[in-house]
Write a protein that binds this ligand. Structure first.
Ligand SMILES: Nc1ncnc2c1ncn2[C@@H]1O[C@H](COP(=O)(O)OP(=O)(O)OP(=O)(O)O)[C@@H](O)[C@H]1O
Ligand SMILES: CC(C)(CO)[C@@H](O)C(=O)[O-]
Length: 303
């Protein structure tokens, strides 16, 4: 039994955290906000064999970018193990992570959601898509690696998260854009886990207002302006990011900040791609990623 699934990386430009729920249901927690899913992401392959004399019943490896922990994947696997009698099975899990980990590209949610889809397929558990999404969302929220990324990458595209929560509870409105290119530069990681644990309570005013403003304009340039304002408000803007933002703005190029990473992104019409690239290339210490929107969202791959 073998299966493969893909989940796009997701970038949040601003958000409002929802961490209170009287019933303490993880599905009801999450965030409102806005962001977009891109073509690159995580592909997860699951192979299920009979367990022999291995000590553990699973192994998790990453190809491509590496991560320091595997707690998100383990949470997802454990939820599936509760669904049946699988004690004689060995789970061989391989994440192919083609986006850097910890830079605000939602790698942890892409790991969780691609694994959830792949396990459902490989085990033939035939869960509702919403349930598959909820398992991944709960893993993220429980491990404090994200709040709204699973909901967003479940739907794909350029989205406004108008209601917080897991798929089935939270909801998104997609913004239709002309064909755009997304250029990004990743300088250094910021731990979302640390941010959620230590800083979140101080920052909860602006994100909700921005959601309402974006619902009116539905404009990606406006989105980027608000993302910059939000990054300053939550105090993640480094001098290096500010310098780049200023340089882009001198050339009339809009950009935003990926939360949470020292990562600047620019959503632009194709004609401006080379102008942006020229500026980004002045920063050889950063990794440049070129992408486009992924409109489909997470999915099983059948090849
Ligand atoms: N199987 C896994 N693969 C990758 N990361 C994992 C995995 N399981 C847990 N993680 C945790 O997720 C962390 C990365 O999450 P973090 O939220 O900091 O960055 P991100 O998901 O890339 O971006 P974002 O800031 O958008 O959430 C890793 O440092 C690691 O601790
Ligand atoms: C908290 C967060 C910014 C981390 O990527 C994201 O999960 C979100 O928008 O909720």
């Amino acid at each position: 039994m073998e299966a493969k699934a893909f989940c796009p990386a997701h970038i949040t430009g601003f958000f409002k955290a929802h961490l209170e729920d009287p019933q303490r249901n993880l599905e009801n927690l999450g965030s409102m906000g806005a962001g977009f899913s891109i073509k690159q992401g995580v592909t997860t392959r699951v192979k299920i064999d009979t367990k022999n004399d291995q000590q553990s019943n699973f192994c998790i490896i990453a190809k491509g970018y590496q991560s320091d922990k595997t707690d998100v994947s383990e949470y997802v696997l454990n939820e599936f193990l509760k669904l049946g009698e699988f004690s004689d099975k060995f789970f061989d899990i391989e994440h192919e992570i083609l986006i850097p980990v910890g830079y605000g590209l939602g790698s942890s949610s892409a790991v969780a959601l691609s694994l959830s889809y792949a396990l459902d397929q490989a085990l033939n558990t035939k869960l509702d898509k919403i349930k598959i999404g909820q398992i991944a969302h709960n893993a993220e929220v429980n491990c404090k690696t994200g709040l709204g990324d699973v909901l967003a990458s479940y739907h794909g595209g350029f989205e406004i998260r108008v209601k917080a929560g897991a798929p089935g509870i939270g909801s998104v409105e997609k913004i239709i854009t002309d064909k755009i290119v997304i250029m990004m530069i990743c300088f250094s990681p910021i731990s979302t886990n640390k941010f959620i644990k230590e800083r979140l309570p101080q920052i909860n005013g602006l994100g909700g207002k921005m959601v309402n403003k974006l619902l009116e304009s539905k404009n990606y340039e406006h989105f980027q302006d608000m993302s910059l304002e939000f990054a300053k408000y939550v105090d993640v803007m480094t001098p290096r990011m500010q310098k780049l933002v200023d340089e882009l703005s001198q050339k009339d190029i809009k950009c935003g900040i990926a939360l949470f990473g020292e990562t600047v992104f620019s959503m632009i019409p194709k004609e401006k791609e080379n102008d942006v690239l020229e500026i980004l290339q002045k920063y050889p210490e950063g990794s440049i990623i070129k992408s486009e929107l992924d409109d489909q969202g997470a999915r099983v791959l059948f090849n």
